[in-house]
Write a protein that binds this ligand. Structure first.
Ligand code: 5RP
Length: 298
């Protein structure tokens, strides 16, 4: 018989204190289920509603591109500084320590390599069971609005969204800009809105000088800014700062981090820009001094 002695008789129901039903901090996510919100709250810092994602998935069509030749040596040490990691299941399984504790945004599309003219010929390349097995926080794929295989890539996205909704895993749709596709606000607005309308919970898009705020304003889910080609560090920090000030909910940068002379310093400077609104000039000074400290250590 259970020992009932010592059970506290006085119950505290606080009948006069109404239970709160708090909203959710992230744009467009209020009606999502608990698992989906929990995963989004791992990717986006609830204190700032922003994220610094480190994109290292380039090998899925580019092979060992500059800076990603040895992910174990050059990239794994950067991972603790990121809020989230965007990568392929191959790199995750072979190279990333399972104890890393960072949310994973898994690249789930693939097909053509850089040897092909048309990169839009992609298919879904990961089974949802494998993504769940690897405990991912989001699924992601490239979408080619205006591309030769536009319908297929959009259909890939809606399939990923459906399967993600079944298991509470958000999908991040990435705006692909091929050679013939421009990066002006009109194009980026069109693509971002299509992705959100068709169910993506996060949109990743490139930055444009003219009208980026109209891209973020007209997209009902968070937008993270893609870094693009390597720029001088001050320019990359300025671009990240402008994107955030004009409504982006974070960045998902690759080459501008891992191809920098000071990748660790750059990670930290970008983090300050995103989460603390540090101005580009101050962020660049921070980058230089952290890079200097790093050089002195080695
Ligand atoms: C490639 C991607 C990449 O992950 C990402 O855009 C590359 O990052 P960066 O442009 O900052 O090097 O989605 O299609």
């Amino acid at each position: 018989m259970a020992d009932i002695e010592g059970i506290k008789e006085l119950k505290q129901f606080h009948e006069n204190v109404p239970m709160e039903t708090p909203g959710f901090f992230l744009r467009g996510a209020g009606s999502l289920d608990w698992g989906m919100k929990n995963r989004l709250a791992r990717i986006f810092n609830p204190a700032t509603a922003r994220t610094v994602m480190l994109a290292i998935d380039h090998g899925y069509f580019m092979g060992p591109t500059t800076g990603l030749e040895r992910v174990d040596l050059n990239i794994v040490p950067l991972m603790p500084m990121a809020d989230a990691l965007m990568l392929t299941r191959g790199i995750l399984r072979t190279t990333v320590p399972p104890a890393i504790g960072k949310p994973i945004v898994m690249r789930c599309s693939g097909g053509p390599s850089i040897l092909k003219e048309d990169l839009s010929d992609e298919e879904l390349a990961v089974d949802i069971e494998d993504a769940i097995r690897m405990n991912v926080s989001a699924l992601t794929l490239q979408c080619f609005v205006g591309g030769r295989h536009e319908s297929r890539s959009i259909h890939n996205m809606t399939r990923l969204v459906d399967v993600g909704l079944r298991y509470g895993i958000p999908t991040m749709a990435v705006t692909a800009v091929g050679k013939e596709l421009t990066r002006d606000a009109q194009y980026l607005r069109l693509a971002a809105r299509i992705f959100a309308e068709l169910g993506a919970q996060i949109v990743k898009t490139y930055y444009c000088e003219e009208g980026f705020e109209t891209v973020t304003a007209s997209c009902p889910v968070p937008i993270v800014m893609a870094g693009g080609k390597k720029l001088p560090e001050l320019d990359a920090l300025t671009m990240a700062y402008n994107a955030i000030q004009r409504g982006a909910a974070g960045v998902d940068m690759g080459r501008n981090i891992f191809q920098s002379d000071g990748p660790r310093a750059m990670m930290q400077a970008v983090h300050k820009v995103v989460h603390n609104n540090l101005k580009p000039k101050e962020a660049y000074e921070l980058f230089l001094s952290l890079k200097d400290d790093e050089l002195k250590k080695h």
